[in-house]
Design a protein around this ligand. Structure first.
Ligand SMILES: Nc1ncnc2c1ncn2[C@@H]1O[C@H](COP(=O)(O)OP(=O)(O)O)[C@@H](O)[C@H]1O
Ligand SMILES: [Mg+2]
Length: 350
């Protein structure tokens, strides 16, 4: 019997991928079908490999083709991931930048919010995910607290529409996880909530998706590293040695095989104090030069030193991040960080 592509496709339409409740053709899983007189070779695109469904579906496809075209036909199926194919919900996202810290309170969210704004001011399209299960604060910093994202539908599947503010697309784990619940309840929900934020949201085309991680290293970091392709992490510390000890531990974990998220560089937050009425003065209240020493010890670039200014807190509380105020010294500091981050990413890719 002659092998025609249309007959093969018709046959494969009978193979169901139960996880998605449809056949593999209509789900668009068939890729690079090659047919010769005696062989049928193709790839099947799965959300991820290593699940029983990959073998079950591949075996069902082989069986269906043997039944239709004879058991002498050689059939070669290579399963690949949506990521390898460059597909999936984050296919339009060019870079994922994770903002990490050793402990809470060092200014991780402040950095995530203001870096997102600064990147957007360089003309890039930017999204921001608040994945800090311990204290989601991005909605407050952007003044969208209490809002809930709309839903849309594509190909019969529901998608979350990120909230847009100041030209940035936002989603927070706080929209999906009840933060009044004790942590023992929140923990197990964290990874599924992260997957929803990343995979079930309509991010569209973005140059940078900035993720505000929880402090330290836990399930969220592990899920991110294993299921998504993270461009790199920016680590945030304050000048105190205790804060650095924590960030160093986290950075070491990021480098381990289990995680392997590349470190883009270090940000020293609260590096010095600028009084509001004396903008030219710098007081190194925790000591000078710690950022350089810390960055050297981690062998990563120092991306920037952010001063302590009172306004950063009030702007964070009133829902408009300080980097929006172009003339403030802090906006300039974040702009320099954004440009360094962009250049480092560009260099790493070339
Ligand atoms: N450079 C800074 N100057 C003044 N206050 C800051 C600065 N960075 C952060 N803060 C304040 O410190 C507190 C903790 O910052 P936050 O970004 O929420 O930390 P984290 O996300 O690491 O827990 C917030 O009240 C924030 O406004
Ligand atoms: Mg935070």
């Amino acid at each position: 019997m002659s092998l025609s592509k249309s007959k093969i496709i018709e046959t494969l339409r009978g193979v169901i991928y139960f996880a998605k409740g449809d056949n593999i053709i209509d789900l668009g899983m068939l890729d690079e079908l090659e047919v010769s007189e005696s062989s049928i070779i193709f790839r099947l695109i799965f959300p991820k490999l290593g699940e029983p469904a990959v073998n079950i579906v591949s075996n069902a496809a082989t069986k269906a083709l043997h039944e239709a075209f004879g058991s002498d036909i050689e059939i070669k199926i290579t399963p690949i991931t949506e990521k390898e194919k460059g597909r999936g919900p984050l296919a339009g996202v060019r870079n994922i930048i994770a903002i990490a810290s050793g402990k809470g309170g060092v200014g991780k969210s402040t950095v995530a919010a203001n870096l997102a704004i600064a990147l957007s001011r360089t003309g890039s399209m930017v999204g921001l995910v608040d994945a800090d299960i311990y204290g989601p604060s991005i909605p407050m910093m952007f003044g969208v607290e209490g809002q809930s994202p709309a839903m849309t539908e594509r190909e019969g599947k529901p998608f979350i529409v990120p909230i847009e503010k100041f030209g940035i697309k936002l989603l927070s784990i706080g929209f999906f996880v009840d933060t009044d619940k004790p942590l023992v309840w929140r923990g197990p929900m964290a990874t599924s909530a992260l997957n929803q934020l990343l995979s079930d949201a309509d991010w569209g085309v973005l140059d940078y998706l900035v993720i505000d991680l929880p402090p330290g290293t836990g399930d969220i970091q592990l899920t991110l590293a294993q299921s998504y392709s993270v461009t790199g992490a920016v680590v945030v510390t304050t000048p105190q040695k205790v804060a650095f000890a924590d960030v160093k531990r986290a950075a070491t974990m990021f480098r381990q095989d289990k995680l392997k998220i590349p470190l883009l560089g270090l940000i020293e937050n609260m590096a010095y104090f600028i009084p509001d009425d004396m903008p030219d003065k710098k007081y190194y209240i925790f000591g000078k030069g710690h950022g350089e020493i810390f960055a050297d010890s981690l062998q990563i670039p120092l991306l920037g030193q952010i001063p302590i200014v009172e306004k950063i807190t009030t702007s964070g509380d009133t829902g408009s991040p300080i980097a929006l105020d172009e003339d403030s010294p802090i906006a300039k500091a974040f702009m320099e960080v954004a440009i360094r981050v962009k250049n480092i990413i560009k260099e790493n890719k070339s």
